[in-house]
Design a protein around this ligand. Structure first.
Ligand SMILES: *[C@@H]1O[C@H](CO)[C@@H](O)[C@H](O)[C@H]1NC(C)=O
Ligand SMILES: *[C@@H]1O[C@H](CO)[C@@H](O)[C@H](O)[C@H]1NC(C)=O
Length: 416
């Protein structure tokens, strides 16, 4: 009975041609804006609202590292590199630090890859500390606020906690020297030691050209109800089970592996991007961290993201109406996922699809080169601009010190 009615609804979708072109909307295609939030805020132009000074660092902190391993340009933490390139030629850049609202230190702390291409954060604390030592001794601006008017891009799993295992990340906490700075990071979870108040949560980097090259004609119907590709268990790192994804992915597999509405598998097909464009719902469960590139892919490909990650803070949540475009499912409710999704009224689904078709929503998820108005670079600047002017309390009295330069694990204090 349920399958029958879904067959009907899928037919309705296909006849209404709600298949969304990821980057450019055709004339006459139905989209919807949410007044006062998405669209309006996303289309803000940051130029003229803030000035950013880019510290010039020796190339061993950025360009040389990248030369050694160009793979750093393609992994999901690559925003740290593209943001640097973007700022160097951005009209918000000022060469006069005296008139700057924000200071940016270009360090590529996640460009340290295993042979398999996995970025490791183990050198990051020493490298970051070394860069801060350098800027604080060569310019007067760090000491003025101890970093409160400085922002850093820290895109690794748990941001400036610099570890990929949550327990270790929590134990480490945010690097002591970054405790006054504004952190721009992919990690976001409420009430978590690795998310500082005032941080800006950004999407992970996903390759814009590659995604564009996989677009399929919008007339192809969304004939898959629920789609997911990825791990359900991480046997290597979590042999007992239950720790990886807090068991949520395992629950997806155990409950729905034989359900015909669920197209789920560990196998990553070459048609992965195309398949997302053929699906109504795309599962975005937590993995080791709450976020994953699936969120970006779902928005780009117009597949309603089903967010399974309790307390997640989503990218640019002050500008993007995630509740309206996505579906949130509590981790504990995964066994009821089929009922939850089949109970969503068709008109609600259609509205989510119309909102997802909004090109400003897609643009905000991407770090394109060259940059484009409204893209993720611009949303980061918008976020920084909205924090201005700085409160007077960020400026320290002469000689006043707040940060503890010798706090943290001893190994982090070794010179880099
Ligand atoms: C900033 O303060 C540190 C001591 O905490 C000092 O070593 C450094 O020289 C100061 N920087 C400047 C530019 O005065
Ligand atoms: C700074 O941190 C170190 C290491 O945790 C601690 O021993 C020291 O007492 C701290 N200094 C201050 C001034 O709090």
């Amino acid at each position: 009975m349920r399958n029958l009615s879904w067959g009907f609804i899928l037919l309705v979708f296909s006849t209404q041609l709600l298949h969304l072109d990821a980057f450019e909307l055709r004339k006459g295609q139905k989209t919807e804006r949410i007044s006062g939030s998405a669209g309006d805020v996303l289309e803000d132009d940051p130029v003229g609202r803030l000035k950013v000074f880019v510290y010039e660092l020796p190339s061993k902190y950025n360009k040389k590292i990248l030369q050694k391993d160009p793979r750093c340009l393609n992994h999901m933490f690559a925003a740290e590199i593209y943001m640097h390139r973007f700022l160097l030629s951005s009209p918000v850049r000022t060469l006069n630090p005296e008139e700057a609202d924000w200071f940016y230190t270009p360090v590529y702390t996640t460009c340290d890859l295993t042979p398999n291409g996995l970025p490791l954060p183990f050198k990051s604390p020493r490298m970051m500390r070394s860069a801060i030592q350098l800027i604080s001794s060569n310019w007067p601006y760090w000491n003025r606020t101890e970093g409160a008017d400085h922002f850093f891009i820290v895109p690794h799993d748990f941001g400036a906690c610099f570890h990929y295992q949550e327990e270790k990340a929590i134990e480490r906490g945010i690097l002591p020297l970054l405790q006054r700075a504004t952190l721009v990071q992919t990690f976001g979870q409420r009430n978590h030691v690795c998310l500082k108040e005032g941080s800006i949560t950004v999407p992970p980097y996903a390759p814009p050209q590659k995604m564009q090259s996989h677009l399929i004609p919008p007339s192809i119907p969304r004939s898959i109800f629920v789609y997911f590709r990825g791990l359900f268990y991480d046997v290597g790192n979590d042999p007992e089970g239950g720790y990886y994804a807090r068991g949520a992915r395992a629950a997806v597999w155990e409950n729905f592996k034989d359900n015909p509405l669920f197209d789920i598998s560990t196998e990553h097909p070459t048609t992965y991007y195309e398949d997302m464009q053929r699906a109504v719902f795309c599962l975005c469960p937590l993995g080791w961290a709450p976020w994953s590139p699936r969120l970006v892919e779902a928005v780009i490909f117009g597949c309603i993201p089903v967010i399974i990650a309790d307390d997640i803070v989503l990218p640019f949540a002050d500008a993007i109406p995630w509740e309206d475009i996505g579906v949130y499912v509590d981790e504990k409710d995964v066994p009821n996922l089929d009922t939850i999704l089949t109970s969503i009224p068709t008109e609600v689904i259609l509205r989510k699809q119309r909102l997802l078709a909004n090109p400003s929503m897609k643009q905000a998820m991407l770090f394109p080169h060259p940059a484009q108005p409204g893209d993720a670079f611009h949303q980061i600047l918008n976020g920084l601009a909205r924090k201005l002017p700085h409160d007077k309390s960020v400026y320290l009295r002469k000689g006043e010190k707040v940060l503890n330069w010798t706090a943290g694990p001893l190994a982090d204090l070794k010179p880099w």
